[in-house]
Design a protein around this ligand. Sequence first.
Ligand code: KG4
Ligand code: ZN
Length: 341
Amino acid sequence: MGKYDDGDVLILAIETSCDETAASVVRNGRKVLSNVIYTQIALHTRYGGVVPEIASRKHIEKINQVIEEALDQADVSLSDVTAVAVTCGPGLVGALLVGVAEAKAISFAAGLPLVGVHHISGHISANYIEYPELEPPFVCLVASGGHSHLVVVKDYGVYEIIGRTRDDAAGEAFDKVARAIGLGYPGGPKIDSISKEGNPDAVPFPRAKVGESEYDFSFSGLKSAVLNYLNSCQMKGEDYSQADVAASFQKAVVDVLVEHSLHAVKEFGYDRFAIAGGVASNSALREAFERECRKRKIAFYCPSPLLCTDNAAMIGAAGYYQYIRGACSSYDLNAEPNMKL
Ligand code: KG4
Ligand code: ZN
């Protein structure tokens, strides 16, 4: 008998949609046997953001090593693996293509099924890893560098988008404001940590309402308000406090995300709420949701910060549920930079 039960499904998952080269082995969608992430952040920092061409080249350089490490750490070989899952969109096209080509090659060479996974489906599925008892349906806020979606998770891999951003994603706003106040890239984690020393009520930034749609978000007005505030300080020759601006901006984002999300949970009649995506690792956001969900008797789920930012384990979890319902891909699987959920 092998190391794993015949009934066990082992997914080798690959994620290269942006600036992390990641591979993971996940058992039965919930148990992470390895989760290897090579982050390119240091390479892109000097440019103030991700440079797509550099990202793709680095993925090519690192991908084999990262996959080998994932198999080694899980103590399995390709013959133990059931299927290969890979992020096929959305993301940077050149970066996605590296993962997709690699997954196809492994799938073909080892005779394993190929499963193309939507990156956001992956982010949402990080919750299944953190909470082995969690099952759909529930409401999930996905807030990342490219997306801010409020989603009803009706079943595994079955999503209804009930709200989205009309302009910038939440993470994008964090990154732009961080750059404006001189914190640099990556903005989210830097604003998160400096905010701990600032006063969140120092500057009354606006909480945006979006017309008739109560579940949509807009962050570009807030970003402009921050830029205007910085400009007016400069014109008056006044200094501003980085920590106060960061904390006040962060509070404005958190207030809007919490209010819209929990309003949706109530209106749609659910009692379970999860968060996902890079911004979900924000400490103030997690605390606010924890507090407000407790008050409103909503069960709150938030993956550990490492599972919120980009990783391949989440792709392994989403890939597992696709695999068991037969949603596998053929070899014409392509990278889809603007793939819809
Ligand atoms: O999900 P993710 O790793 O990649 C995308 O799919 O986009 O999200 C990256 C985004 C970036 O905008 C980053 O600034 C933001 O998540 N982020 C954070 C924090 N950590 C990462 N935003 C706020 N607070 C954080 N601690
Ligand atoms: Zn992501």
